[in-house]
Design a protein around this ligand. Structure first.
Ligand SMILES: Nc1ncnc2c1ncn2[C@@H]1O[C@H](COP(=O)(O)OP(=O)(O)OP(=O)(O)O)[C@@H](O)[C@H]1O
Ligand SMILES: [Mg+2]
Length: 145
């Protein structure tokens, strides 16, 4: 899995930074000449991952969110969103559609959105240590239209 180009950024877990994060990752992926749909998918997935860090990982405070985006061989994109927040007790359960620990406020669909708008997602988490969500997506691009 060779990295052809990549960037890292660290942002504060403030909701004002969510659109900054999704636009920045989308701008980076633009070098693969993606379709508008592909860009929109990337933005949706990043938005859900970053929002989860803001509302779940650091519920009482502002912490750091570490984003790593990489272009891999074969026009594939790998995006990792990591936090050092509260972690997830049961990842399998958390990823089930409609499961949420913030009932009433949240739909419990964030992971379902990430799964449906990317090709693959992995979630590693340790309670009190933090969570890393890694998403992969192949960009077929406008040349494929
Ligand atoms: N980074 C994270 N740190 C800690 N817990 C998380 C994190 N991401 C997700 N979770 C847990 O997983 C659950 C499911 O996440 P998911 O994004 O699918 O739904 P949600 O955030 O509750 O609702 P929605 O995304 O629809 O607003 C969350 O309710 C939360 O308990
Ligand atoms: Mg969510």
């Amino acid at each position: 899995m060779q990295i052809i180009n990549d960037f890292k950024m660290t942002i504060d877990s403030k909701s004002v930074n969510e659109s900054f994060a999704r636009s920045t990752v989308a701008a980076f992926v633009a070098q693969l000449d993606p379709t508008l749909d592909e860009i929109s998918d990337i933005k949706m997935a990043v938005s859900e991952a970053v929002t989860n860090c803001i509302v779940h990982a650091y519920p009482e405070c502002v912490g750091k969110i570490y984003i790593h985006a990489a272009i891999l061989e074969g026009s594939r994109v790998k995006i990792s969103v990591r936090d050092k927040g509260c972690g997830i007790m049961d990842v399998k359960q958390a990823m089930e559609p409609l499961f949420t620990t913030l009932g009433g406020e949240r739909a419990g669909l964030g992971f379902a959105v990430m799964e449906s708008f990317t090709d693959k997602i992995t979630v590693r988490s340790k309670p009190e240590k933090g969570t890393t969500v890694t998403m992969y997506k192949r960009i077929n691009g406008r040349a494929a239209l």
